[in-house]
Design a protein around this ligand. Structure first.
Ligand code: IMP
Ligand code: MG
Length: 187
C-alpha cells in the first residue's frame, strides 16, 4: 500500500520571492534598457518565469520550449530532443533561458547549442536551482537562484509525477529516501 509523501519545506514563498526579485534586478542591470527575449523551459519553469518576468523592467518578449530526455532512474541522459520549439525570431536578440533546475546539465547544454543556430546576439542562462555537484557536462549558468545539492525537490513549478507544481514553497520530497529511488520527472 502506498504511503503518503512527506514534504519538508526548504525554501519559503518569501525566500523564493526575494531571490527571484534579485535575479530580475541582476538581469536588468546587465542589459540596461535593452530588450530581451526570455525563453522558458516547460513545464517546470512556468511559475519561476512568471515571477522573474515581472521583476525585469526591460521590454520583454517571451517564448517557451519543451524538451524530452531519455534516461535511467532519476537522471536525464545525453539524449535530449525538442518537442516544442520556439516560435519567435531570436536572431540578433539577447536571450535569457529560464530553467527550474540544472542537474546533469545535458538539457541546457543541448538547448544552448540549438539556440545558437538561430544566431542570437547572446544567450544567457538563469536557473532557480543549481545542483552543481551532480553535473555531468559543463554548461555555464549565468544567474543562479539557489545552490541545493541534496534530495528531490517539488513545488513552485517542480513536480514529481506531475504533482506538487502548485505548491507555493519548495520542498524536499520524502527526505528519508535517496534521490535515485525516484523516477525522473517530465520537464
Ligand atoms: P538535466 O540538467 O539535464 O539533468 O535536467 C534537469 C531537469 O531534470 C530539470 O529541468 C527538472 O525537470 C528535472 N529535475 C532534476 N532534479 C529535479 C528535482 O529535484 N525535482 C524535480 N525535477 C528535477
Ligand atoms: Mg525542467
Amino acid at each position: 500500500m502506498p504511503t503518503e509523501d512527506q514534504l519538508q519545506e526548504i525554501l519559503s514563498p518569501r525566500q523564493i520571492q526575494d531571490r527571484v526579485r534579485e535575479l530580475g534586478g541582476q538581469i536588468a542591470a546587465d542589459f540596461p534598457g535593452r530588450p530581451l527575449v526570455l525563453i522558458g523551459i516547460l513545464k517546470g519553469a512556468f511559475i519561476f518565469m512568471a515571477d522573474l518576468a515581472r521583476s525585469i523592467p526591460n521590454q520583454l518578449e517571451m517564448d517557451f520550449v519543451r524538451l524530452a530526455s531519455y534516461g535511467s532512474r532519476g537522471e536525464s541522459s545525453g539524449q535530449v530532443s525538442i518537442t516544442k520549439d520556439i516560435e519567435l525570431d531570436i536572431s540578433g536578440k539577447d536571450v535569457v533561458v529560464v530553467e527550474d533546475i540544472v542537474d546533469t546539465g545535458y538539457t541546457l547544454k543541448y538547448l544552448k547549442d540549438v539556440l545558437k543556430l538561430h544566431e542570437p546576439a547572446s544567450v544567457r542562462i538563469c536557473c532557480l536551482i543549481d545542483k552543481k555537484e551532480r553535473r555531468k557536462v559543463e554548461v555555464e549558468v549565468d544567474y543562479v537562484g539557489f545552490d541545493i545539492h541534496r534530495g528531490f525537490l517539488v513545488g513552485y513549478g517542480l513536480d514529481f509525477d506531475e504533482r506538487y507544481r502548485n505548491l507555493p514553497r519548495i520542498c524536499h520530497l520524502n527526505p528519508g529516501y535517496t534521490p535515485s529511488a525516484f523516477a525522473p520527472s517530465n520537464r
